[in-house]
Design a protein around this ligand. Structure first.
Ligand SMILES: Cc1cc2nc3c(=O)[nH]c(=O)nc-3n(C[C@H](O)[C@H](O)[C@H](O)COP(=O)(O)O)c2cc1C
Length: 338
């Protein structure tokens, strides 16, 4: 089956489960691992466990409650762009099974911010097991880079009261010029603007945590610059990392596809980035680790590198939701019983 069709089918089925009375309770019973020892409190939020669904699988908020019932501690929907856009022509997701990897050049297909707002209407505050709802913000392909901040602010305005946290995505490789926004001055300016807007939004006295998501292809100077920009602007956390343009360690026909590589070949690089950012941030910001978590020990590796939370996408495609329970079990096996 075409990978995108497979993802969409799984998403539709989970979306249907949200409509069927009792189905989420059943999912929760079958799949979720609930234990207070897994709880992580950070950025003013309470995550029932540290394992989140990374952005890109549920771009339009079709099934966040079902993912929460499966046992994810957080579900990050998006990337959501202000206006609806189709993304790149298909095919645009490619499996590299021999490498445990995917290459994608989706280019932010999105039904737009008002559609996401409508979809999330019955989600906010109703995530099974107390799962945290994140929204990943992006820009439309046709918006010039100079006006990118307006796009992020537009999506934030539309979704701030529907989400528990938001992520400024400046690191997807499939929107022309987007990653240039990671440069020190451009990033600080952009983040200051979004933070200022966030600070002005009324959320009954609560502040929406705002994170920025970075690419694994930044070198140490680039990562330091992005961290400095995030700290100067007053951002609450960093998601590390998005997909990579590198093809190190992959070969064969699929490897030549244009797009961002995720999964096993990204793992070491993403962990190195987490390590570096944790060291440089020195406790000033939490780091959310993503990239190549295919087995429970890979999640532990990110957490041991200092990540406060982790996210998975490609591992879920190859291993299914059982991976989530296995990660939680591995975490519990390290915790003393209460
Ligand atoms: C098909 C696909 C689509 C993605 N779309 C997005 C996206 O829209 N926004 C985003 O911030 N990251 C997106 N990502 C990146 C993931 O959120 C994650 O950062 C990356 O894949 C590394 O994690 P993994 O190795 O567990 O997949 C996408 C990844 C894949 C495989």
């Amino acid at each position: 089956m075409d990978p995108e069709d497979a993802h969409n089918l799984a998403l539709r089925l989970l979306g249907l489960a949200e409509q069927v009375p009792g189905a989420l309770t059943l999912l929760e019973r079958l799949s979720a691992v609930r234990d207070d020892r897994l709880v992580v409190e950070t950025m003013g939020l309470r995550f029932p466990n540290p394992v989140g669904l990374a952005a890109g699988l549920d771009k339009n908020g079709i099934a966040p409650r079902a993912f929460s019932a499966l046992g994810f501690g957080a579900v990050e929907i998006g990337t959501v762009t202000p206006r609806s856009q189709p993304g790149n022509p298909r095919p645009r997701i490619f499996r590299l099974p021999e490498h445990g990897a995917l290459i994608n050049r989706m280019g932010f297909p999105s039904r737009g911010a008002s559609s996401a707002r409508a979809r999330l209407q019955h989600v906010t505050g109703h995530m099974p097991g107390g799962g945290v709802l994140g929204v990943n913000l992006g820009k439309n392909a046709t918006t010039p880079l100079e006006a990118a901040a307006d796009d992020y602010v537009t999506v934030l305005d539309a979704l701030h009261d529907r989400a528990d946290y938001a992520v400024v995505n400046v690191s997807s490789p499939n929107t022309k010029g987007l990653r240039d926004l990671q440069e020190r001055r451009a990033l600080e300016e952009l983040l200051r603007r979004v933070v200022r807007r966030r600070d002005g939004l009324s959320r009954h006295g609560r502040r929406l945590p705002l994170l920025v998501k970075v690419a694994p292809d930044l070198d140490e100077a680039g990562l330091s610059a992005a961290l400095e920009a995030a700290l100067a602007a007053g951002v609450d956390g960093i998601v590390a990392t998005n997909t990579t343009l590198s093809r190190d360690g992959v070969s064969g026909a699929g490897a030549a596809e244009v797009g961002g590589l995720s999964g096993a070949p990204l793992r070491h690089r993403a962990t190195d980035v987490v390590h570096f950012l944790v060291r440089e941030a020195a406790g000033r910001l939490p780091i959310v680790g993503a990239g190549g978590i295919m087995r429970p020990e890979h999640a532990l590796e990110k957490l041991d590198a200092g990540a406060t939370l982790v996210q998975i996408y490609t591992g879920l495609i190859y291993s299914g939701p059982a991976l989530l329970g296995q990660i939680c079990a591995a975490l519990l096996s390290r915790r003393p019983t209460r």
